[in-house]
Design a protein around this ligand. Structure first.
Ligand code: COA
Ligand code: AMP
Length: 631
């Protein structure tokens, strides 16, 4: 069957379609029902099933006689370490860590926060939680202590698992002092922590609270898998919304497994024994789905890469990985390819390696610009597939389903909706717009298995953020177009979320930090186009009356403050002082217009603007710092 037949089959009988996929998974109790709509507009999937995600990721492959197959390859150019773990070895490590957690009272439904760099132990910790039914919440290592503490207070973990350090090019990031600070800042205190000591930097442990991972697991009794109700949460992953308070996206066990297993076969063309390299981080959804869970669920090999696409040591790193491990599918963010293209525009590094094992390159996380896609496809000689999804959905909303049928590629489009997603482009009045017209991208409810059933402890916020604007639809927060052929084009966000190097950031969160500076009376943050990172945040600061401080010094303080409060991942390095901010008469800051000025785009003067004279002042302030960078 081709894409059209499969999509139509889903549309004709959505529940039957998903029930037909459940044999991709091993169950303690096979589901007899697909959709649970008893709490509509909140939905769940496979309500009468019982299963365990870790069992499906590890045990079942070992039991089927594939214990010697490589599950995880660790390649770390930043430390010079390479290692490999078979399915049996992973099972041993995971079941011991699970045993150690269980022995300390961690049980089904407890939360465990993970603060880990890209080392195999991150996957071991995720799977160990899944094994005993504890809900993990991974916090990206590039977030600072206060962001970690916000997540600790929301998730209320019984335990925190962290590594002693992460390695960024040129610096060692000491995780433990940040963890200590985060716990100090949090109201909620975990009962204990478990620290994986790395040789590059050993952490000081606090007697009674902190335990060494190695010591604890060495003597631990391995434990088996806890049977979980299919709708029980597997993890909570925080993502940026429009305010400083991150949203805890909940992922349920059964739907997640079924959906991921379907995508591996039909989108990524990856099955048992194949090698998938996902160049992302376990702190993001792409890392959850395609570094950890999906490759292991289907018995494939996954690569944990601790490095960058460039500079570790050079722009040929990805090609070396493909050659060394015979990678079949590479998945990363477009920004990684822009970085490679910038360092090695003619692709000379490629001549040093044999990349013939590669069949597809998948890109997601931000808009894939046609230049980058064209360059990658010319140089690699494989289809380059842009696909569009979100932390909330856990897998692609729109893609080109290469495993099923490679459809014609349209540059700038993530292609077509996947089964499970009925995508509509809606105008402000909630009505469908004409093909080719821009509008809000919305998905008809219910969302498919694997997508978020709600936000952690925040059902009202879930409804307000996603369901209320267009009743009967999930609001994606993206604006886009569907063309005559049914191809989707994602153009921009409709909210204040920006995308920096594939990382989703809230301008609202940065503004909250800047507003906390004692000399800042008011501020706004926008995302300006950047040739490498897609977007970069720019701050506009209005100072308190009478403040005569040196501008450079003050801006440097603000930059430091954001780094300290949100973390280096915010990549906040640029701010300007302005006398006033452009606003509507009702006081809403016109960030969209400011962003257009920064990008050198034409803009329409909003009819509701309070004082149009402010816009030339903004233009001058931006010109002084070199914007627009592109005409
Ligand atoms: N722990 C601590 N700090 C981290 C970190 C981590 N896990 N990850 C990033 N940082 C830091 C970086 O060191 C950098 O710090 P700096 O300001 O001192 O230089 C800052 O956060 C910004 O990081 P990033 O935006 O990633 O920029 P970069 O210059 O380090 O790398 C790319 C740019 C394009 C090479 C990199 O972003 C990349 O490989 N992206 C593609 C893959 C990806 O991550 N996708 C995400 C979702 S699919
Ligand atoms: P995240 O939740 O971090 O994965 O970010 C999701 C957001 O990133 C989406 O809502 C989009 O704004 C953007 N995004 C992800 N993939 C794409 C893509 N292929 N094309 C355009 N934007 C994308």
């Amino acid at each position: 069957m081709g894409y059209r037949e499969v999509y139509d089959a889903w549309k004709k009988d959505p529940e039957g379609f998903w029930l037909d996929q459940v044999d991709l998974i091993d169950w303690d109790k096979r589901p007899t029902r697909a959709l649970d709509d008893s709490a509509a507009p909140l939905y769940g999937w496979f309500p009468d099933s019982v299963c365990n995600t870790c069992y499906n990721a590890l045990d079942r492959h070992v039991e089927a006689g594939h214990g010697d197959r490589t599950a995880v390859i660790y390649d770390s150019p930043v430390t010079g370490v390479k290692d490999q773990f078979t399915y049996s070895q992973m099972l041993d490590r995971v079941s011991r860590l699970a045993g150690a957690l269980a022995a300390r009272g961690v049980t089904k439904g407890d939360r465990v926060v993970l603060y880990m760099p890209m080392i195999p132990e991150a996957l071991v910790a995720m799977l160990a939680c899944a094994r005993i039914g504890a809900i993990h919440s991974v916090v990206f290592g590039g977030f600072a202590a206060s962001e970690l503490s916000v997540r600790i207070d929301d998730a209320k973990p019984k335990a925190i698992i962290a590594a002693s350090c992460g390695i960024e090019p040129g610096r060692t990031v000491a995780y433990k002092p940040m963890l200590d600070e985060a716990i100090d800042l949090s109201e909620h205190k975990p009962e204990f922590t478990m620290i994986f000591q790395r040789p590059m930097l050993q952490a000081d442990l606090i007697e009674g609270r902190d335990h060494s991972w190695r010591e604890i697991t060495a003597g631990a009794e391995p434990v088996g898998c806890t049977p979980m109700d299919g709708m029980d949460p597997l993890y909570v992953l925080y993502t940026s919304g429009t305010t400083g308070q991150p949203k805890g996206v909940v992922r349920a066990n059964a739907g997640h497994m079924v959906a991921l297993a379907w995508t591996m076969r039909n989108i990524y063309d990856i099955g048992a024994g194949d090698v998938m390299f996902t160049g992302s981080d376990v702190g993001w959804v792409v890392g959850h789905s395609y570094i950890c869970y999906a490759p292991l669920i289907v018995g494939a090999t996954t690569i944990v890469f601790e490095g960058k696409p460039v500079g570790t040591p050079d722009a040929g790193t990805f090609w070396r990985l493909i050659d060394d491990y015979k990678v079949k599918t590479l998945f990363t963010a477009p920004t990684a390819f822009r970085a490679i293209k910038r360092d090695d525009p003619h692709g000379e590094m490629l001549t040093k390696y044999d990349t013939s094992s590669l069949k597809h390159l998948f890109l997601a996380g931000e808009r894939a610009d046609p230049d980058t896609i064209q360059w990658a496809s010319d140089k690699l000689g494989v289809p380059v597939i842009d696909h569009w999804w979100q932390t909330e959905t856990g897998f692609a909303i729109a893609a080109n389903p290469a495993g099923l049928e490679l459809l014609p590629i349209k540059l700038g489009s993530p292609s077509v909706p996947m089964p499970g997603y009925e995508v509509h482009i809606l105008g402000e009045d909630g009505h469908e717009v004409e093909p080719g017209e821009l509008g809000a991208v919305a998905i008809k409810l219910p969302l498919p298995p694997g997508t978020l059933p709600t936000l952690w402890n925040a059902e009202d916020r879930f409804k307000k953020s996603y369901l209320n604007t267009f009743p009967g639809y999930y609001e994606t927060g993206d604006a886009g177009v569907i063309d005559e052929d049914g191809y989707l084009f994602i153009m921009a966000r409709t909210d204040d979320v920006i995308n920096v190097a594939g990382h989703r950031l809230s301008t609202g969160a940065i503004e909250e930090v800047l507003a906390g500076h004692p000399d800042v009376a008011e501020c706004a943050v926008i995302g300006a186009a950047d040739p490498l990172k897609g977007q970069l945040p720019i701050g506009f600061l209005c100072l308190n009356k009478g403040c005569e401080r040196d501008a450079n010094e003050l801006i440097a303080e603000c930059v430091r403050l954001v780094r300290q409060k949100i973390g280096p991942v915010a990549a906040f390095k640029t701010a300007v002082l302005v006398d006033r901010l452009p606003k509507t008469r009702s006081g809403k800051i016109l960030r969209g217009v400011m962003a257009k000025i920064a990008d050198g785009q034409e803009y329409r003067m909003p009819a509701t603007i309070d004082d149009p004279e402010i816009l030339p002042e903004i233009t001058v302030a931006l010109e002084e710092i070199g914007y627009p960078t592109v005409a």
